[in-house]
Design a protein around this ligand. Structure first.
Ligand code: GLU
Length: 305
């Protein structure tokens, strides 16, 4: 496996020169576009890696499935579905997803920003501090790393430059889809996106999802298998932004990407994969990351379709 990963990394490296690092969050603009790393955890507990797997980065949108899981664990499936829909929007992750005079919950899903912002309000806790602490705790358990914390520079950078997300949250509020103090909800969302991880953390998270809610090796049940089914299905239809259809054809596994250039993939019953390559394509997906996953999927017959 290590040899295969090394070879695929070498084959995909040229793609790191074709994409662009996100800079609408200024801190992300400082990332090295040449970075490329991968980490794989098999269902039997075997770890394999190559390249810059241990470079830290902010989790960004890869936190969205964890936000959804925490909301499901606190409220159950029906309550979550009544607040945010499950259909692909076919639009960019930060699109203002309103019709001329309408915005209803069916227009959202938990993998686009508006849906994820609503998920923050569904996490139980007496304060947003506590809600965030519980989300961080779940992230640590899934990632198998108690030391995971927040990248303060990424958090401050997005909080200062997050006008678009602020607009989305106030729009939700104006349509009655968001309860509570908008700035507090946004602060929780920005902190969530700034949780600092590496490829191994993402491989762990993917392994738990691929193992239907149980941590590999320890066997600890973190969430019910019905929630894993729910999240994995949404990852297939909406996890790779408005490139999810093409990704399903080219790679064919549940996955989530983030604008820091990472991809978390959960291959049902087989493995969790974490990838980091910050140069993005036009839709916000890691360019080299998608090529790497496509090749890995072909070599190991990973597609679920
Ligand atoms: N924090 C980012 C935002 O809300 C996350 C976007 C992403 O990774 O897709 O713009």
């Amino acid at each position: 496996m290590e040899e295969l990963l090394e070879r695929l990394l070498a084959e995909c490296r040229p793609w790191t020169e074709r994409g662009r690092v996100a800079d609408y969050i200024p801190e992300l603009g400082k990332q090295d576009p040449a970075a490329l790393g991968v980490y794989v955890i098999g269902s039997e507990g075997r770890h394999s890696w190559a390249g810059d797997w241990d470079k830290p980065f902010s989790i960004q949108s890869v936190v969205k499935p964890i936000l959804l899981l925490q909301a499901l664990m606190d409220n159950g499936i029906e309550a979550v579905q009544s607040r945010v829909g499950m259909e692909a929007t076919g639009k960019p992750f930060d699109a203002i997803n309103a019709g001329e005079q309408t915005l209803d919950s069916a227009h959202l899903n938990p993998m686009v920003n508006m849906g994820a912002i609503v998920m923050c309000t569904l996490i139980h806790g007496g304060s947003y501090e506590e809600r965030f602490r519980r989300l961080l705790e779940l992230t640590r358990r899934m990632a198998g790393d108690e030391s995971i914390g927040v990248d303060e520079a990424a958090y401050r950078s997005e909080k200062t430059h997050g006008s678009k997300n602020r607009a989305l949250a106030y729009l939700l509020k104006s349509y009655g889809l968001l309860e509570g103090d908008v700035e507090e909800v946004l602060d929780c969302y920005f902190r969530a996106c700034a949780i600092r991880v590496n490829c191994r953390s993402l491989a762990h998270i993917g392994a738990v999802l691929s193992n239907r809610g149980r941590a590999p090796v320890s066997g600890e049940r973190i969430f019910p298998s019905a929630f894993a089914r729910y999240v994995n299905a949404i990852l297939v239809t909406c996890g790779m932004y408005d490139g999810s259809g093409e990704f399903a054809i080219r790679v064919g596994v549940p996955a989530k990407s983030g604008v820091s250039g990472s991809i978390m993939a959960a291959v049902p019953t087989r493995m969790g994969i974490g990838i980091f390559a910050p140069a993005l394509d036009g839709k916000g997906n890691s360019l080299a990351g998608i090529h790497l996953l496509e090749r890995l999927s072909k070599e190991l017959y990973l597609s679920i379709f």
